[in-house]
Design a protein around this ligand. Sequence first.
Ligand code: 6PG
Length: 472
Amino acid sequence: MAAQQFDFGMIGLGVMGRNLLLNMADHGFKVIGFDKDNQKTTAFEEAANPGTTVKGVVSLQDMVSQLATPRKIMMLVPAGKPVDDVIESLLPLVQPGDIIIDGGNSHYTDTLRRVTYLQGKGLHFMGVGVSGGEQGARTGPSIMPGGDQEAYPHVQPMLEAIAAKVNGEPCVAHLGKGAAGHYVKMVHNGIEYAIMQLISESYDLLHRGAGLSNDELHQVFDTWNKGDLQSFLIEITADIFLQPDEKDSSKRLVDLILDKAGAKGTGKWTSQDAMDIGVPIPTIDMAVTMRNISSLKDERLKAAAVFNTVQGKIDTDKETFIKQVHDALYFGILMSYTQGLAMLHRASTELDMQIPLQKVVAVWRGGCIIRSTLLDLFTKIYTANPQLENLLLNEQIAGLLQDKQQNLRTVAAAAIQHNYAAGCLLAAISYFDAYRSGQLPINLLQAQRDYFGAHTYQRIDQPGTFHTIWNK
Ligand code: 6PG
């Protein structure tokens, strides 16, 4: 056993792994990182602040043998097979009681499988969501651990030290049983997809629709970021409009970026799982769909020619329209959180995860991609009522939405009239209209189901289940 006993080990010194570990070292922990690539281990050591204890090694065994027991080892490697491969290579090196943490964006069902597998070998395995990108990892991410209650106290001091702080409180908490950490992170990403798409749709309407220049857009988003839309995503959007192209500084980079988005899958997983547990999250679904449509660039160009598509100028008073788009975006963003949190509420019981929603929203207040001023309000609401099924049932939220809904309708109508794709804004208002409606036309749909498939129906005037021989 080497003399130096390290407190924490990291497998994978990519952007996230390296920065999390350096963050931990800054907080006084002795850290050791493994990566096969010795350029990465060297870069890692060189980036360490003076006075911190940081070591990079290219042998996994070297790392494991220098860790204090119970060993605390996090991996930050791509989701899927690489995680299983790392686990297999660790097995001969670790001993019962050691704690293995997956800090990547793994699918929660994989995490559940790994928990059981490693439990059988006497090892602790925790799925931990980490959000905040490179900067967040280095200076304070939002951390979403779940699962193994016995192991958590061993890693809690480190996670609390490195997490973002809001009013002095660390943005990390134990978020439930089993794979709850990864589940919460998955839904975080679904909300992230929806907010990003809503911002992009708002940008389109302001830019092509109302003719705002990049400088004006910067101004608008910067102002919004000082008000009730204050959030990380609005803040970086304001910055983006000012970024010049490196080659030609007379141009703005945003205008030169191809309108075709990739995705690593977490948004899609959110939609898939919401379907599985029967929770409507149409704004998030639409955000996933819009990325898929964006990727059909060649087909879209052909279709634009077939239909001679022109996104026309929206003839409106600029200042009034900016205010209307503000309200539409606010409404859409609020609806994205609402749907994601309603999904977590259902998953908590349906998948037996026992997710404390009041802690989820508190952890999201700082460090993560979806942090925003709204999360302070949600924290108050869920602290008062952790079992709230849906934010729309809260009076304060209802008041905020009532104020904004007319402007969303106006903006949505303008988008439709002038051929703009505004799927997430439309999905937000449609969800609202359906959820707050005491009567839906599903009576007719039920009649149809019974007509062709004898699926039966219930009546409003008497109890029981009925079937009719239609059109005798
Ligand atoms: C975060 C992010 C991050 C995530 C990507 C999603 O919270 O820091 O959610 O974990 O991997 O932002 O990437 P795609 O857009 O490529 O799916």
